[in-house]
Design a protein around this ligand. Structure first.
Ligand SMILES: [Zn+2]
Length: 414
Protein backbone atom coordinates (compact mmCIF):
# COMPACT_ATOMS: atom_id res chain seq x y z
CA UNK A 1 0.00 0.00 0.00
CA UNK A 2 1.38 3.36 -1.02
CA UNK A 3 1.20 5.62 2.01
CA UNK A 4 2.53 9.12 1.97
CA UNK A 5 4.55 10.19 4.96
CA UNK A 6 3.02 13.57 5.51
CA UNK A 7 5.93 15.25 7.21
CA UNK A 8 8.90 16.36 5.12
CA UNK A 9 12.51 16.21 6.28
CA UNK A 10 12.52 19.88 7.17
CA UNK A 11 9.56 19.32 9.48
CA UNK A 12 7.16 21.14 7.20
CA UNK A 13 3.79 19.45 7.17
CA UNK A 14 3.03 17.82 3.87
CA UNK A 15 -0.22 16.88 2.22
CA UNK A 16 -1.90 13.74 3.52
CA UNK A 17 -2.26 12.73 -0.11
CA UNK A 18 0.48 14.03 -2.36
CA UNK A 19 -0.31 15.49 -5.74
CA UNK A 20 2.01 14.10 -8.41
CA UNK A 21 3.98 16.71 -10.33
CA UNK A 22 2.70 15.79 -13.78
CA UNK A 23 -0.93 16.08 -12.63
CA UNK A 24 -0.51 19.23 -10.60
CA UNK A 25 -3.94 20.79 -10.89
CA UNK A 26 -4.49 24.42 -11.71
CA UNK A 27 -5.44 26.42 -8.66
CA UNK A 28 -9.21 26.27 -9.03
CA UNK A 29 -9.39 22.53 -9.79
CA UNK A 30 -7.10 21.88 -6.81
CA UNK A 31 -9.52 23.72 -4.57
CA UNK A 32 -12.52 21.77 -5.89
CA UNK A 33 -10.73 18.46 -5.39
CA UNK A 34 -9.72 19.38 -1.84
CA UNK A 35 -13.29 20.44 -1.02
CA UNK A 36 -14.76 17.21 -2.39
CA UNK A 37 -12.27 14.82 -0.85
CA UNK A 38 -12.49 16.59 2.52
CA UNK A 39 -16.29 16.43 2.39
CA UNK A 40 -16.09 12.66 1.84
CA UNK A 41 -13.61 12.27 4.69
CA UNK A 42 -15.91 14.33 6.96
CA UNK A 43 -18.97 12.27 6.00
CA UNK A 44 -17.20 9.02 6.79
CA UNK A 45 -16.00 10.47 10.12
CA UNK A 46 -19.48 11.74 10.97
CA UNK A 47 -21.29 8.50 10.12
CA UNK A 48 -18.76 6.02 11.45
CA UNK A 49 -19.65 3.58 8.63
CA UNK A 50 -21.07 4.64 5.29
CA UNK A 51 -21.19 3.28 1.72
CA UNK A 52 -20.10 4.99 -1.50
CA UNK A 53 -23.72 5.16 -2.66
CA UNK A 54 -24.82 6.95 0.52
CA UNK A 55 -21.89 9.39 0.20
CA UNK A 56 -22.89 10.13 -3.37
CA UNK A 57 -26.49 10.79 -2.29
CA UNK A 58 -25.45 13.09 0.53
CA UNK A 59 -22.85 15.25 -1.22
CA UNK A 60 -24.43 15.18 -4.69
CA UNK A 61 -21.25 13.99 -6.43
CA UNK A 62 -21.52 11.33 -9.12
CA UNK A 63 -20.87 7.74 -8.03
CA UNK A 64 -17.82 7.63 -10.30
CA UNK A 65 -16.35 10.77 -8.71
CA UNK A 66 -17.00 9.41 -5.21
CA UNK A 67 -15.37 6.07 -6.09
CA UNK A 68 -12.29 7.79 -7.47
CA UNK A 69 -11.83 10.00 -4.42
CA UNK A 70 -12.54 7.13 -1.99
CA UNK A 71 -9.86 5.11 -3.80
CA UNK A 72 -7.37 7.90 -3.13
CA UNK A 73 -8.35 7.96 0.53
CA UNK A 74 -7.99 4.19 0.87
CA UNK A 75 -4.68 4.13 -1.00
CA UNK A 76 -3.35 6.73 1.44
CA UNK A 77 -4.53 4.55 4.32
CA UNK A 78 -6.94 7.17 5.65
CA UNK A 79 -10.07 5.15 4.92
CA UNK A 80 -10.59 1.42 5.16
CA UNK A 81 -13.23 -1.18 4.29
CA UNK A 82 -15.52 -2.01 7.20
CA UNK A 83 -17.32 -5.01 5.72
CA UNK A 84 -20.74 -5.25 4.07
CA UNK A 85 -23.77 -3.21 4.97
CA UNK A 86 -27.34 -4.42 4.71
CA UNK A 87 -28.87 -3.95 1.26
CA UNK A 88 -31.96 -1.79 0.97
CA UNK A 89 -33.37 -3.63 -2.05
CA UNK A 90 -32.63 -7.18 -3.24
CA UNK A 91 -29.43 -5.91 -4.87
CA UNK A 92 -25.81 -6.41 -3.87
CA UNK A 93 -24.87 -5.53 -0.30
CA UNK A 94 -22.95 -2.23 -0.21
CA UNK A 95 -19.31 -2.13 0.92
CA UNK A 96 -19.07 0.03 4.02
CA UNK A 97 -16.22 2.47 4.58
CA UNK A 98 -14.75 3.79 7.80
CA UNK A 99 -11.87 6.04 8.89
CA UNK A 100 -8.68 4.04 9.46
CA UNK A 101 -8.29 4.96 13.12
CA UNK A 102 -4.68 3.75 13.35
CA UNK A 103 -3.41 5.94 10.51
CA UNK A 104 -2.81 9.02 12.66
CA UNK A 105 -2.85 10.36 16.22
CA UNK A 106 -3.74 13.75 17.68
CA UNK A 107 -2.69 15.07 21.08
CA UNK A 108 -4.97 17.35 23.09
CA UNK A 109 -3.91 19.26 26.19
CA UNK A 110 -6.38 21.00 28.46
CA UNK A 111 -4.58 23.64 30.51
CA UNK A 112 -6.16 24.29 33.92
CA UNK A 113 -5.21 26.69 36.72
CA UNK A 114 -2.38 24.54 38.15
CA UNK A 115 -2.55 21.36 36.11
CA UNK A 116 -3.05 19.97 32.64
CA UNK A 117 -4.93 17.00 31.20
CA UNK A 118 -3.53 15.05 28.26
CA UNK A 119 -5.71 12.99 25.95
CA UNK A 120 -4.32 11.09 22.95
CA UNK A 121 -6.87 10.43 20.19
CA UNK A 122 -6.77 8.14 17.18
CA UNK A 123 -7.98 9.45 13.82
CA UNK A 124 -11.57 8.37 14.55
CA UNK A 125 -11.67 10.28 17.84
CA UNK A 126 -11.29 7.31 20.21
CA UNK A 127 -9.31 8.08 23.34
CA UNK A 128 -6.11 6.05 23.41
CA UNK A 129 -4.46 7.33 26.58
CA UNK A 130 -5.03 10.07 29.14
CA UNK A 131 -3.51 11.46 32.32
CA UNK A 132 -3.53 14.66 34.38
CA UNK A 133 -0.60 16.26 36.14
CA UNK A 134 0.25 19.37 38.15
CA UNK A 135 2.20 22.07 36.34
CA UNK A 136 3.54 25.55 37.03
CA UNK A 137 3.16 27.87 34.04
CA UNK A 138 6.63 29.37 33.88
CA UNK A 139 9.50 29.20 31.37
CA UNK A 140 10.31 25.54 30.69
CA UNK A 141 6.77 24.31 31.39
CA UNK A 142 6.23 23.00 27.86
CA UNK A 143 9.40 20.90 28.04
CA UNK A 144 8.10 19.38 31.30
CA UNK A 145 4.76 18.57 29.67
CA UNK A 146 6.51 16.90 26.75
CA UNK A 147 8.69 14.83 29.09
CA UNK A 148 5.61 13.68 31.06
CA UNK A 149 3.85 12.67 27.85
CA UNK A 150 6.80 10.65 26.57
CA UNK A 151 7.04 8.95 29.96
CA UNK A 152 3.33 8.32 30.63
CA UNK A 153 1.94 7.62 27.18
CA UNK A 154 3.58 4.45 25.81
CA UNK A 155 1.09 4.15 22.94
CA UNK A 156 1.98 7.57 21.53
CA UNK A 157 3.60 7.21 18.11
CA UNK A 158 5.25 10.54 17.32
CA UNK A 159 5.59 9.57 13.64
CA UNK A 160 1.79 9.41 13.38
CA UNK A 161 1.12 12.77 15.04
CA UNK A 162 -0.98 15.21 13.02
CA UNK A 163 -1.37 18.04 15.50
CA UNK A 164 -1.18 19.24 19.07
CA UNK A 165 -4.49 20.81 20.10
CA UNK A 166 -4.60 22.83 23.31
CA UNK A 167 -7.53 24.39 25.17
CA UNK A 168 -6.94 27.38 27.42
CA UNK A 169 -9.28 29.15 29.87
CA UNK A 170 -8.35 32.52 28.43
CA UNK A 171 -9.22 34.99 25.76
CA UNK A 172 -6.92 34.31 22.83
CA UNK A 173 -5.64 37.06 20.61
CA UNK A 174 -6.09 35.32 17.27
CA UNK A 175 -3.92 37.63 15.18
CA UNK A 176 -1.06 38.04 17.69
CA UNK A 177 -1.33 34.42 18.86
CA UNK A 178 -1.08 35.44 22.50
CA UNK A 179 -3.19 34.97 25.61
CA UNK A 180 -5.17 37.71 27.35
CA UNK A 181 -7.07 37.59 30.59
CA UNK A 182 -6.63 34.09 31.94
CA UNK A 183 -7.33 32.25 35.18
CA UNK A 184 -4.06 30.34 34.68
CA UNK A 185 -1.24 31.31 37.05
CA UNK A 186 1.24 32.35 34.37
CA UNK A 187 4.57 33.38 35.90
CA UNK A 188 7.26 35.67 34.58
CA UNK A 189 5.48 36.52 31.34
CA UNK A 190 5.98 32.99 29.97
CA UNK A 191 4.69 32.79 26.37
CA UNK A 192 2.55 29.64 26.62
CA UNK A 193 1.93 29.10 22.93
CA UNK A 194 5.43 29.89 21.66
CA UNK A 195 6.94 27.50 24.23
CA UNK A 196 4.58 24.67 23.32
CA UNK A 197 5.27 25.13 19.61
CA UNK A 198 9.03 25.12 20.27
CA UNK A 199 8.94 21.68 21.92
CA UNK A 200 6.68 20.21 19.18
CA UNK A 201 8.31 21.91 16.17
CA UNK A 202 7.18 19.51 13.47
CA UNK A 203 3.38 19.55 13.92
CA UNK A 204 0.86 22.40 13.93
CA UNK A 205 -0.25 23.80 17.28
CA UNK A 206 -3.97 24.53 17.44
CA UNK A 207 -4.95 26.66 20.44
CA UNK A 208 -8.58 27.24 21.31
CA UNK A 209 -10.59 28.86 24.06
CA UNK A 210 -11.84 26.37 26.66
CA UNK A 211 -15.53 27.41 26.56
CA UNK A 212 -15.53 27.37 22.77
CA UNK A 213 -14.05 23.86 22.79
CA UNK A 214 -16.85 22.73 25.13
CA UNK A 215 -19.40 24.38 22.85
CA UNK A 216 -17.93 22.73 19.76
CA UNK A 217 -17.98 19.29 21.42
CA UNK A 218 -21.62 19.77 22.41
CA UNK A 219 -22.49 20.98 18.91
CA UNK A 220 -20.84 18.03 17.16
CA UNK A 221 -21.23 15.13 19.59
CA UNK A 222 -24.42 15.91 21.57
CA UNK A 223 -26.39 17.60 18.75
CA UNK A 224 -24.71 15.81 15.83
CA UNK A 225 -24.09 19.18 14.14
CA UNK A 226 -27.86 19.59 13.69
CA UNK A 227 -28.32 22.89 15.49
CA UNK A 228 -27.49 26.44 14.45
CA UNK A 229 -27.67 28.61 17.54
CA UNK A 230 -26.62 27.50 21.00
CA UNK A 231 -24.73 28.91 23.97
CA UNK A 232 -22.53 26.84 26.22
CA UNK A 233 -22.03 28.35 29.70
CA UNK A 234 -18.83 27.14 31.27
CA UNK A 235 -18.89 27.63 35.04
CA UNK A 236 -15.85 26.50 37.00
CA UNK A 237 -13.31 28.78 38.73
CA UNK A 238 -13.42 30.78 35.56
CA UNK A 239 -16.67 31.53 33.79
CA UNK A 240 -17.05 31.83 30.03
CA UNK A 241 -19.34 31.05 27.17
CA UNK A 242 -18.92 29.43 23.79
CA UNK A 243 -21.49 30.83 21.39
CA UNK A 244 -22.63 28.86 18.35
CA UNK A 245 -24.17 31.13 15.73
CA UNK A 246 -25.10 29.84 12.29
CA UNK A 247 -22.82 26.87 12.79
CA UNK A 248 -19.80 28.92 13.82
CA UNK A 249 -18.39 28.98 17.34
CA UNK A 250 -16.86 31.97 19.09
CA UNK A 251 -15.99 32.96 22.63
CA UNK A 252 -17.88 35.40 24.81
CA UNK A 253 -16.07 36.74 27.87
CA UNK A 254 -19.19 36.67 30.01
CA UNK A 255 -17.07 35.90 33.08
CA UNK A 256 -16.20 39.57 33.24
CA UNK A 257 -19.69 40.88 32.60
CA UNK A 258 -20.70 42.83 35.71
CA UNK A 259 -23.99 41.83 37.31
CA UNK A 260 -23.52 44.08 40.38
CA UNK A 261 -21.98 47.54 40.05
CA UNK A 262 -21.41 47.60 43.83
CA UNK A 263 -20.16 43.99 44.00
CA UNK A 264 -16.75 42.71 45.12
CA UNK A 265 -13.65 43.60 43.07
CA UNK A 266 -12.63 40.98 40.49
CA UNK A 267 -9.04 40.10 39.47
CA UNK A 268 -9.69 42.06 36.27
CA UNK A 269 -10.23 45.25 38.30
CA UNK A 270 -13.96 45.59 37.71
CA UNK A 271 -16.70 45.13 40.30
CA UNK A 272 -19.31 42.40 40.46
CA UNK A 273 -18.04 40.25 37.57
CA UNK A 274 -19.96 37.00 37.02
CA UNK A 275 -16.76 35.04 37.63
CA UNK A 276 -16.20 36.81 40.94
CA UNK A 277 -19.85 36.23 41.96
CA UNK A 278 -20.64 32.67 40.85
CA UNK A 279 -17.33 31.03 39.83
CA UNK A 280 -16.74 27.81 41.80
CA UNK A 281 -14.53 29.41 44.47
CA UNK A 282 -16.98 32.26 45.08
CA UNK A 283 -19.96 29.95 45.05
CA UNK A 284 -18.54 27.50 47.60
CA UNK A 285 -17.39 30.40 49.77
CA UNK A 286 -20.88 31.84 49.78
CA UNK A 287 -22.40 28.54 50.92
CA UNK A 288 -19.74 28.21 53.60
CA UNK A 289 -20.11 31.78 54.91
CA UNK A 290 -23.87 31.38 55.14
CA UNK A 291 -23.25 28.30 57.29
CA UNK A 292 -24.73 25.92 54.73
CA UNK A 293 -21.69 23.67 54.30
CA UNK A 294 -18.36 22.90 55.98
CA UNK A 295 -15.02 24.30 54.73
CA UNK A 296 -14.06 21.22 52.69
CA UNK A 297 -17.45 20.38 51.27
CA UNK A 298 -18.05 20.47 47.52
CA UNK A 299 -20.85 20.41 44.95
CA UNK A 300 -21.81 16.88 46.01
CA UNK A 301 -22.78 17.94 49.55
CA UNK A 302 -24.88 20.80 48.19
CA UNK A 303 -26.63 18.56 45.65
CA UNK A 304 -27.60 16.01 48.30
CA UNK A 305 -28.90 18.76 50.62
CA UNK A 306 -30.90 20.28 47.74
CA UNK A 307 -32.45 16.92 46.93
CA UNK A 308 -33.50 16.56 50.58
CA UNK A 309 -34.95 20.08 50.52
CA UNK A 310 -32.63 21.47 53.22
CA UNK A 311 -34.10 24.96 53.82
CA UNK A 312 -30.79 26.76 54.39
CA UNK A 313 -29.17 25.29 51.28
CA UNK A 314 -32.28 25.93 49.18
CA UNK A 315 -32.28 29.60 50.29
CA UNK A 316 -28.62 30.16 49.35
CA UNK A 317 -29.06 28.23 46.09
CA UNK A 318 -32.02 30.46 45.18
CA UNK A 319 -29.77 33.53 45.55
CA UNK A 320 -26.87 32.10 43.56
CA UNK A 321 -29.02 30.60 40.81
CA UNK A 322 -30.65 34.03 40.52
CA UNK A 323 -27.25 35.59 39.75
CA UNK A 324 -26.46 32.93 37.15
CA UNK A 325 -29.92 33.40 35.61
CA UNK A 326 -29.34 37.18 35.43
CA UNK A 327 -26.14 36.61 33.49
CA UNK A 328 -27.81 34.06 31.19
CA UNK A 329 -30.78 36.40 30.61
CA UNK A 330 -28.38 39.15 29.51
CA UNK A 331 -26.62 36.83 27.09
CA UNK A 332 -29.93 35.59 25.64
CA UNK A 333 -30.80 39.21 24.79
CA UNK A 334 -27.66 39.40 22.69
CA UNK A 335 -27.78 36.10 20.81
CA UNK A 336 -31.34 34.60 20.99
CA UNK A 337 -30.14 30.97 21.08
CA UNK A 338 -32.39 27.92 20.64
CA UNK A 339 -30.51 25.92 23.25
CA UNK A 340 -28.63 26.74 26.44
CA UNK A 341 -26.14 24.24 27.81
CA UNK A 342 -24.51 24.58 31.22
CA UNK A 343 -21.36 22.69 32.18
CA UNK A 344 -17.76 22.89 33.32
CA UNK A 345 -18.41 21.13 36.65
CA UNK A 346 -21.44 22.99 37.96
CA UNK A 347 -23.68 20.20 36.63
CA UNK A 348 -22.65 18.29 39.77
CA UNK A 349 -25.13 20.51 41.65
CA UNK A 350 -27.87 18.43 40.02
CA UNK A 351 -31.26 18.96 38.43
CA UNK A 352 -32.84 20.88 41.33
CA UNK A 353 -30.24 23.63 40.88
CA UNK A 354 -30.69 23.73 37.08
CA UNK A 355 -34.46 24.06 37.52
CA UNK A 356 -33.87 27.01 39.86
CA UNK A 357 -31.78 28.74 37.19
CA UNK A 358 -34.37 27.97 34.48
CA UNK A 359 -37.20 29.49 36.56
CA UNK A 360 -35.28 32.72 37.11
CA UNK A 361 -34.30 33.41 33.50
CA UNK A 362 -36.21 36.46 32.31
CA UNK A 363 -36.71 37.38 28.70
CA UNK A 364 -37.67 40.80 27.38
CA UNK A 365 -41.41 41.18 26.78
CA UNK A 366 -41.96 37.74 28.20
CA UNK A 367 -44.79 38.60 30.52
CA UNK A 368 -47.91 37.68 28.64
CA UNK A 369 -45.95 36.11 25.78
CA UNK A 370 -46.32 32.35 25.48
CA UNK A 371 -43.46 30.64 27.24
CA UNK A 372 -42.52 28.19 24.47
CA UNK A 373 -40.20 30.86 23.07
CA UNK A 374 -37.81 30.28 25.94
CA UNK A 375 -34.64 28.50 24.88
CA UNK A 376 -34.34 24.98 26.22
CA UNK A 377 -31.79 24.67 29.04
CA UNK A 378 -29.86 21.54 29.96
CA UNK A 379 -26.60 20.38 31.48
CA UNK A 380 -23.80 19.25 29.19
CA UNK A 381 -24.38 15.72 27.88
CA UNK A 382 -20.70 14.96 27.36
CA UNK A 383 -19.38 13.56 30.58
CA UNK A 384 -15.67 13.19 30.05
CA UNK A 385 -12.98 15.25 28.35
CA UNK A 386 -15.53 17.37 26.50
CA UNK A 387 -13.02 20.14 25.80
CA UNK A 388 -10.52 17.61 24.43
CA UNK A 389 -13.17 16.12 22.13
CA UNK A 390 -14.13 19.64 20.98
CA UNK A 391 -10.51 20.59 20.27
CA UNK A 392 -9.86 17.33 18.39
CA UNK A 393 -12.97 17.71 16.26
CA UNK A 394 -12.40 21.40 15.57
CA UNK A 395 -8.97 20.58 14.15
CA UNK A 396 -10.32 17.81 11.93
CA UNK A 397 -13.29 19.85 10.69
CA UNK A 398 -11.72 23.26 10.23
CA UNK A 399 -7.95 23.04 9.88
CA UNK A 400 -6.89 19.66 8.52
CA UNK A 401 -6.65 19.45 4.76
CA UNK A 402 -6.17 16.31 2.69
CA UNK A 403 -4.68 17.15 -0.71
CA UNK A 404 -3.79 20.74 0.12
CA UNK A 405 -0.95 21.38 2.52
CA UNK A 406 -1.78 21.93 6.18
CA UNK A 407 0.67 24.60 7.28
CA UNK A 408 2.93 23.83 10.20
CA UNK A 409 2.27 26.88 12.38
CA UNK A 410 0.29 28.13 15.40
CA UNK A 411 -3.48 28.34 14.78
CA UNK A 412 -5.71 30.20 17.25
CA UNK A 413 -9.46 29.99 17.47
CA UNK A 414 -11.77 31.67 19.91
ZN1 LIG B 1 -13.68 40.56 36.07
Amino acid sequence: MEQTNWRGQNGKLMRLISVKNHEKPIRHQGFVKETNIKQIFDLILEHGRISRVEISKKNKLSRAAVSMLVDELTKAGLVTIAGEGSSVSSGRKPIMLEINKDRAQIITLSLKKQSFTYVLFDLKGNEIETFSKKIVYKTGYAKKIRESILEKSPRLDVNKLLALCVTIPAKLNVSEKTINLSVLDIQGGCDLLAELKAVWPDIPLVAGNLSSAYAYAEYKYAYGGKINNMIFFYIDDGVGAGVLMNGRVFTSEIGHMSIDAEGPVCDCGKRGCVERMVGKTALLREFEQAGGIGPNAGYDTIRKALEKGDKQIVRISEQISGKIALCISNVICMFTPEELVVGGGIELLGKVFLDMIARRIELPGEKGVCSDKRPHISYSRIREHAEAKGAFRYFLDNILTITAETENKIYCWN
